[in-house]
Design a protein around this ligand. Structure first.
Ligand SMILES: C[S@@+](CC[C@H](N)C(=O)[O-])C[C@H]1O[C@@H](n2cnc3c(N)ncnc32)[C@H](O)[C@@H]1O
Length: 279
């Protein structure tokens, strides 16, 4: 199978993500033969979309491994090998955890949490590892103080958050950031790594076709750093934020001529990648 699994023209306004690393993981970690991969991935993708139609699932984001491309990946890997605890928050199918484990991190030091327990089970199905993975998976709403997730307060050392913050408005994002601070060990060196949709302009927006009135917030590097300054003040902690905008995909305006503000936003959207480290 080629590493650019195609999506029917017109369905997806983006150039497809780079799926090579995820396909390699399915081959080497999960032992899925090349000839079976496409059918296997499509089956899980369709099941995952039935739980909730996240655009990132439609675009196979679960096969585009991000953390391994960051400057802190080797540090994270070594730390987890030496006993640090790693959590992927909003992990969905849990691809980042599998990559870390495949690279030698003891799975018992890893945690994955998502709102939907179905995604956690589908992760086992996608990666064929239920019999060997010792990751602690927790189905929980990040906003729920009575969830088992809240009981892990102060125990994590590294938290990865991919395509998560941008689902929420600014107020909710600040609340999530505070909750992440509380999940982490209250000591220098605790880190948060992630990526989300961002852009040169920080702004509130509603997704195209979303008539619920729900707002989401897109950051630029400055507004994202400011959020962490505010969260630091509220939690009496200090954080250094390393943030960059990356051109990860290209919008294809030819797919659909649309002048709506949401399409204009998408045309200029970039990946906002960050490492936030406790000082
Ligand atoms: C857009 S997906 C990104 C998945 C994954 N992190 C990745 O990068 O491929 C966002 C994930 O956040 C989860 N999520 C949404 N709201 C949540 C909440 N309130 N608490 C916990 N997880 C949530 C969704 O179920 C979904 O799996």
């Amino acid at each position: 199978m080629s590493n650019t699994m195609s999506i029917p023209n017109g369905e997806n306004p983006y150039e497809i993500y780079d799926l090579e690393s995820g396909l390699k993981l399915l081959r080497e970690y999960s032992g899925i033969p090349d000839e079976d991969v496409k059918k296997h991935v499509e089956l899980i993708k369709e099941k995952a979309l039935e739980v909730r139609h996240y655009p990132c699932i439609r675009r196979y984001r679960f096969l585009d491994l991000i953390m391994m491309t960051t400057e802190v990946y080797q540090e994270v890997l070594e730390r987890v090998k030496n006993g640090d605890k790693f959590m992927d928050l909003g992990c969905c199918l849990g691809q980042e955890i599998r990559k870390l484990v495949h690279d030698g991190a003891p799975s018992a030091n890893t945690y994955g949490s998502d709102l939907w327990g179905e995604y956690l089970s589908m992760g086992y199905e996608l990666f064929k590892d239920e019999d060997r993975l010792q990751t602690t998976f927790i189905a929980a709403d990040i906003f729920d103080d009575s969830s088992p997730l809240a009981k892990l307060s102060g125990q994590m050392n590294v938290i990865y958050v991919g395509d998560f913050f941008h689902l929420f408005n600014l107020e909710e994002q600040e609340e999530i950031a505070e909750r992440i601070v509380h999940l982490l060990a209250p000591q220098p060196g605790s880190i948060i790594i992630g990526r989300q949709s961002g852009g040169e302009t920080a702004m509130e927006y509603s997704r195209a076709g979303d008539v619920s009135g729900r707002k989401q917030f897109q950051h630029n590097p400055q507004s994202w750093k400011e959020l962490w300054d505010r969260v630091g003040n509220k939690t009496r902690s200090k954080w250094s934020a390393d943030v960059e905008l990356c051109q990860e995909f290209k919008f294809k305006p030819s797919v659909r001529i649309d002048t709506s503000s949401e399409v204009q936003r998408l045309m200029n959207a970039k990946g906002l990648r960050f490492t936030i480290r406790r000082l």
